[in-house]
Design a protein around this ligand. Structure first.
Ligand SMILES: Cc1cc2nc3c(=O)[nH]c(=O)nc-3n(C[C@H](O)[C@H](O)[C@H](O)COP(=O)(O)OP(=O)(O)OC[C@H]3O[C@@H](n4cnc5c(N)ncnc54)[C@H](O)[C@@H]3O)c2cc1C
Length: 386
């Protein structure tokens, strides 16, 4: 009975996607993040976004009242599989759908959910993450940005750094110190604040490539409303930690693993770079490396899928660190192999591939470095001493 229901859902989804997903929304291409400061000029991308918003499929597992489609876990996985089958890009990505939304569903007040979730679901806002500071990266709980309680609002002073996309974000979720005298994990709160206000200044950090994917963000008497305190005052550490688990979780990687993530079809790329013999990659040494990568990648995807299927209530735990470690290492192996196979074409001439190779060097650092993920696994999963 259950299987029949899923089979029907698969058939309906497949037919709907075939009829509605525009050709220009398949394969690599732009993925909107909801920012009101970025104009999307790509017609098919916009059409795809509108159609998926209407279906509730920008955030398929969220309740309908917040713009989702209330899909169960199994249906959501079927939808992802069917999208991947036709190489459809995710219609929407960003900090709102993958991190803040799931966290608000768990910790937010009714008002916070009603105010913020539908805007995320219909791509009307993009968020950024105000966690790291110049003196607080891996040791995040040392953060010093202060928020003072002024009755109906907080006044914030301090600095964040490495704030990805802050120059395009409309709102920030931020960890602030609200009790400087409490032990460091216990004096932190989780707030939401609008970026467009006089007390917030964003200064892009320029990289050697000339690009500025992230920023320093300064707060000089910035204001956050009391209504935008998520969870209890001074108990923001658990909220902030849960958000990071969502960032690293199996489900999010499954969603991101759809088309458009720059994960090229490696065997096809290898044949294009090295030639083909009898339908196989011509060079036997590279052929075996491509095969090894493909096997590891498929095993990883299946493992993620199993973890998502087995998770209860969708809330990821410390095990999500495994996905962060292995997923980032696999992505880096993929990019290394592709670059080596392309030889002199690997750099410079193939600018997109070069940027991708460089970008994913950072994958083992952002969202908590892989060393820190290993510490989490040692302590929280294996129960080893601190
Ligand atoms: C591309 C990119 C985007 C980012 N985007 C954001 C963002 O949007 N918002 C945000 O808040 N932050 C962001 N960050 C910051 C990121 O979270 C931090 O860089 C990361 O947590 C590491 O902190 P750190 O840079 O201060 O390094 P440090 O904490 O100084 O660590 C330096 C090195 O020491 C190692 N190390 C530190 N402590 C330990 C330990 N206890 N055990 C073992 N090894 C240890 C680390 O693994 C690392 O290799 C981003 C970073 C990058 C690279």
């Amino acid at each position: 009975m259950e299987t029949q229901r899923l089979e029907n859902f698969r058939a309906e989804t497949r037919a709907w996607l075939a009829a509605h997903c525009p050709a220009g929304a398949r394969g690599p291409g732009p993925i909107p993040n909801g920012s009101t400061k970025i104009k999307i000029g790509h017609r098919d991308t916009l059409a795809w976004l509108d159609l998926m918003i209407e279906k509730g499929w920008t955030v398929p597992d969220w309740p309908k009242e917040y713009g989702g489609a209330a899909l169960g876990k199994e249906e959501y996985l079927v939808l992802l599989e069917e999208m991947r089958r036709i190489d459809a890009r995710p219609p929407l990505s960003g900090f709102g759908t993958s991190m803040l939304g799931p966290t608000l569903l768990e910790f937010g007040t009714d008002l916070q959910k009603q105010t913020h979730l539908p805007r995320i679901a219909r791509a009307a806002v993009e968020w950024c993450q105000g966690y790291s500071e110049p003196g607080a990266g891996s040791d995040l709980a040392s953060l010093r940005t202060r928020a003072e309680d002024k009755g109906d609002h907080f006044v914030i002073n301090g600095q964040k750094t490495w704030t990805s996309g802050a120059q395009f974000a409309d709102w920030m979720f931020i960890l602030v110190r609200t009790d400087p005298d409490a032990p460091k994990h216990q004096g932190i709160s989780f707030l939401l604040l609008p970026m467009d206000q006089p007390g917030v200044r964003v200064k892009p950090i320029r990289l050697i490539s000339g690009e500025s994917p992230f920023n320093e963000t300064f707060f000089d008497n910035a204001i956050a409303s009391k209504e935008d305190l998520v969870g209890e005052l001074n108990r923001g550490w658990s909220v902030g930690k849960r958000l990071l688990q969502h960032e690293r979780s199996g489900m999010q990687s499954l969603v991101r693993g759809s088309a458009g993530e720059g994960e090229a079809n490696l065997p096809a790329q290898a044949k294009a770079a090295l030639g083909e013999a009898g339908g196989k990659v011509a060079d036997p040494a590279y052929r075996s490396q491509v095969l090894a990568y493909e096997m590891n990648n498929r095993a990883f995807r299946l493992c993620q899928r199993r973890a998502v299927e087995e998770s209860d209530g969708g809330a990821p735990g410390p095990v999500s660190s495994i996905f962060k470690i292995y997923g980032s290492e696999l992505q880096q192996q993929h990019d290394d192999l592709l670059t080596k196979m392309r030889g002199v074409q690997g750099f410079g001439a193939e600018r997109e591939a070069t940027r991708q190779w460089l970008f994913y060097r950072a994958f083992s650092i952002y969202s908590g470095s892989n060393e820190i993920q290993r510490n989490i696994l040692a302590k929280r999963v294996l129960g080893l001493p601190d």
